[in-house]
Ligand binder design. Structure first.
Ligand code: PBG
Length: 316
C-alpha cells in the first residue's frame, strides 16, 4: 500500500476526496447600525456586522470563489411574534437587497427561523409553554417569502416544525417564486454544539430548551424519516446538522437519497478546533482541512462552515 503514498505527487493523483471552495457556504451575522464589525468571542475570525461591513465581507467571499453565504439576523428589537423575521424591511431582508446590489453573482442563502427574533428565544409561537407547530408555520412561510422578495437565491428552514417545507413551498409557488429552491435542515439535532452560535446570533432560549422540536442525538433512523418527509414535501436539498458528530448519518443519507446533501459544521465544532489551535494543541490548517475532508468523504456535497474563507485561501 505504501507505494501510492511515497510522494505528494502520487498521493494527490490517487486522492479520493477533493475539497473545493465552491462547495462551501459561509454563515454571516448581520446587525443594525453602520461601521460595526464586532468579533464573536467564542468564534475567533467571525463577526457581527452591519450591512456596510457585510457587503465588504461578501465582496471578499465572492473573490475567494466561495459557493455562497447564509445569512442570520440580529434585529433591532425582538417580540413575542417574531415580527422582525418576516418584516419586508427586516435586517436580513435589507441585507439581501444590499448584497444583491453591491455583490452581484454571489449566492445568497437565508436561514428561515424565528429564534433570533422572538423575545423568548424559541423558534416559534409559544402556547401552553411549548412551541405551537402550525402557527409557527405561518411565520416561516411569511419569512421565506419575504426573503425571496428581497432577492434570496435559496431558503433554508432550520426551525424543525413539522410540515414547514410544504408550507414554505406553497407560499413561494403561490407568489411566483416557483424557481426558488428549499434547502431543508432536515436532520437537525438538539445539540450542545450550537452554544457559540447562540452568543453570535443572540438566540438562546430564555426558558427550557429545544428538545420538543429538534431531534434527539440518539436517533439515526428517525433522521432518515425526517429527510424522507422533507423530500416528499418538496425539499430540493437536505442538510444534516451538526456535521462531525453525525458523519454516520451523512453517509447513510448519501446512500439512500439522490439529492444534494449539505452538512453544517456548526459553531461548536469550529470553536473546539479554534480553542485547541489557540492553546497550541492542534495545527489550524491541518485540523481545518481534515475536518472538511472527513465531512466531504462521508458524503456531503455542500458544507456550511465558518472555515470557508481560510479554507478557500489555502485551497487556492
Ligand atoms: C436557528 C439556527 C441555529 C443554528 C443555525 N440555525 C441555532 C439553534 O438551532 O439553536 C446553529 C448554527 C451553529 O451552531 O453554527 N434555529
Amino acid at each position: 500500500m505504501r507505494r501510492l503514498r511515497s510522494s505528494e505527487a502520487i498521493r494527490s493523483l490517487v486522492r479520493e476526496t477533493l475539497l473545493h471552495p465552491r462547495r462551501f457556504i459561509l454563515p454571516l451575522f448581520v446587525c443594525p447600525g453602520e461601521g460595526i464589525r464586532r468579533e464573536i468571542g467564542s468564534m475567533p475570525g467571525n463577526y457581527q456586522m452591519s450591512i456596510d461591513e457585510l457587503v465588504k465581507e461578501c465582496t471578499e467571499v465572492r473573490s475567494l470563489g466561495i459557493g455562497g453565504v447564509i445569512l442570520f439576523g440580529l434585529p433591532e428589537s425582538k417580540d413575542e411574534i417574531a415580527s422582525g423575521a418576516y418584516a419586508d424591511d427586516g435586517i436580513v431582508q435589507q441585507a439581501i437587497r444590499a448584497i444583491r446590489r453591491e455583490v452581484p453573482g454571489l449566492l445568497i442563502v437565508t436561514d428561515v427561523c424565528n429564534c433570533e427574533y422572538t423575545s423568548h428565544g424559541h423558534c416559534g409561537y409559544i402556547k401552553d409553554g411549548d412551541v405551537d407547530n402550525d402557527t409557527t408555520l405561518q411565520w416561516l412561510a411569511k419569512s421565506a417569502l419575504s426573503h425571496a422578495r428581497a432577492g434570496a437565491d435559496i431558503v433554508a428552514p432550520s426551525d424543525m416544525m413539522d410540515g414547514r417545507v410544504a408550507a414554505i413551498r406553497q407560499a413561494l409557488d403561490a407568489n411566483g417564486f416557483e424557481r426558488i429552491p428549499i434547502l431543508s435542515y432536515a436532520a437537525k439535532f438538539a445539540s450542545v454544539f450550537y452554544g457559540p452560535f447562540r452568543e453570535a446570533a443572540d438566540s438562546a432560549p430564555q426558558f427550557g430548551d429545544r428538545r420538543s422540536y429538534q431531534m434527539d442525538p440518539a436517533n439515526g433512523r428517525e433522521a432518515m424519516r425526517e429527510i424522507e418527509l422533507d423530500l416528499e414535501e418538496g425539499a430540493d436539498m437536505i442538510m444534516v446538522k451538526p456535521a462531525m458528530p453525525y458523519l454516520d448519518l451523512i453517509c447513510e443519507a448519501r446512500r439512500r437519497f439522490d439529492v444534494p446533501i449539505a452538512a453544517y459544521q456548526v459553531s461548536g465544532e469550529y470553536s473546539m478546533i479554534m480553542a485547541a489551535v489557540r492553546n497550541g494543541w492542534l495545527d489550524h490548517d491541518r485540523a481545518m482541512l481534515e475536518s472538511l475532508t472527513s465531512i466531504t468523504r462521508a458524503g456531503a456535497t455542500i458544507i456550511l462552515t465558518y472555515f470557508a474563507k481560510p479554507a478557500a485561501r489555502l485551497l487556492g
